[in-house]
Design a binder for this molecule. Structure first.
Ligand code: TRP
Length: 336
């Protein structure tokens, strides 16, 4: 069982990203290795240039993201950890996949519609073909499983169609991957507006807890979290209580227990203050070591470059094979 996921290069990963995605990557790397296969995690700098970007900041954000993921527990000895632009087979395969992608399907992508509506100067061709490169990322490794957030569902469905169309026409060369949506990450809500997902772009700054926020800031954000005015206060998960339910979910995830256990542990609480303090403490206990490791890792860019170089070498052992098969099947390049 082979896993592939791509991560946008931003240094601003929040608690929803951490609990929903990053924790699942770390678990996936062990699960894949235990099954005698491998998980590949890719910082997608080429996807980041589908909307306006600053070249100097791009490189910084890639290092930030790499340091966060490694600090959280991705281990370059156990998985393949890469920067997308280091592997030329991703872009070559994107061209070949473009030949079996319907223009009309790309035109229906929600993310393209949303992002293109937001561009003021240029809607680039790369923004339009974003899902084709994403398909190539995964298909180049013949990965079986793609852990991503619910917002990427349509892109994964498209890549499945593309792989299937390629195989129908040229033979069983590619693997049709499965979508894997984390259960919990989708549920981490903004602390100020617990009916919206925690989000860097659309959330409230006070309601978004970043992995790299210091402990005091985390405490402050939880203390100000919106709850409800039930009197007496009830610390239970309930659809009519989105703020309290969100805090219970976060606390359960941070402690690694069930929400029922969290409810039981707070049965004697005097009010929501106790829930907020407990959640802040558990989140800081979870993130303190990550922040410390981040600081150490981020301080040495040469080490990060060496990790990427080693990852690229391992990755290309896989991608070169796939590309050789694809080129042979479609009749380009020298005869085999
Ligand atoms: N589009 C994904 C996102 O924005 C990132 C990504 C790029 C990706 N290539 C991928 C995710 C391949 C999974 C597989 O989150």
């Amino acid at each position: 069982m082979r896993i592939f996921s791509g991560i946008q290069p931003t240094g601003r990963k929040h608690l929803g990203n951490y609990i929903g995605a990053i924790v699942q990557y770390v678990e996936g790397q062990h699960r894949a290795a235990a099954a005698g296969d491998i998980a590949i995690f890719c910082v997608v700098d080429l996807h980041a240039m589908t909307v306006p970007w600053n070249p100097v900041e791009m490189r910084e954000r890639v290092y930030d993201t790499a340091a966060i993921l490694l600090a959280a527990g991705l281990d370059p000895e156990q998985c393949i950890f890469i920067r997308q632009s280091d592997i030329p087979e991703h872009t070559e395969l994107a061209w070949h996949m473009g030949a079996v992608t319907a223009h009309g399907d790309l035109n229906r992508m929600h993310q393209f519609k949303e992002k293109s509506a937001r561009q003021r100067d240029l809607v680039s061709a790369d923004l339009f073909t974003y899902p084709v490169l994403m398909a190539a990322d995964v298909l180049a490794y013949r990965a079986n499983e793609v852990p991503v957030g619910d917002d990427q569902r349509q892109h994964v469905e498209l890549m499945r169609d593309v792989a299937q169309r390629f195989n129908d026409r040229f033979g069983e060369i590619l693997v049709v991957p499965e979508l894997k949506i984390p259960e919990l990450g989708a549920r981490i809500m903004d602390l100020q507006d617990p009916t919206s997902k925690m989000s860097t772009t659309s959330g409230s700054p006070e309601g978004t807890v970043y992995v790299l926020d210091d402990a005091k800031t985390v405490e402050k954000k939880f203390k100000r979290a919106v709850t409800d005015s039930d009197d007496p206060p009830r610390i239970v998960r309930d659809p009519s209580k989105p703020g309290v339910s969100n805090l219970i979910d976060i606390l359960a995830a941070a402690r690694g227990t069930s929400f029922a256990e969290v409810e039981a542990s707070l049965a004697d609480a005097r009010g929501y203050g106790d829930l907020k303090v407990a959640t802040a403490e558990a989140v800081n206990a979870l993130l303190d070591p990550v922040r410390d490791r981040y600081t150490a890792l981020r301080a040495d860019e040469d080490v990060l470059e060496a990790i990427f170089a080693a990852g690229a070498a391992k990755a290309r052992e896989i991608t070169r094979d796939t590309l050789a098969d694809v080129r042979q099947a479609i009749g380009v390049g020298p005869r085999g």
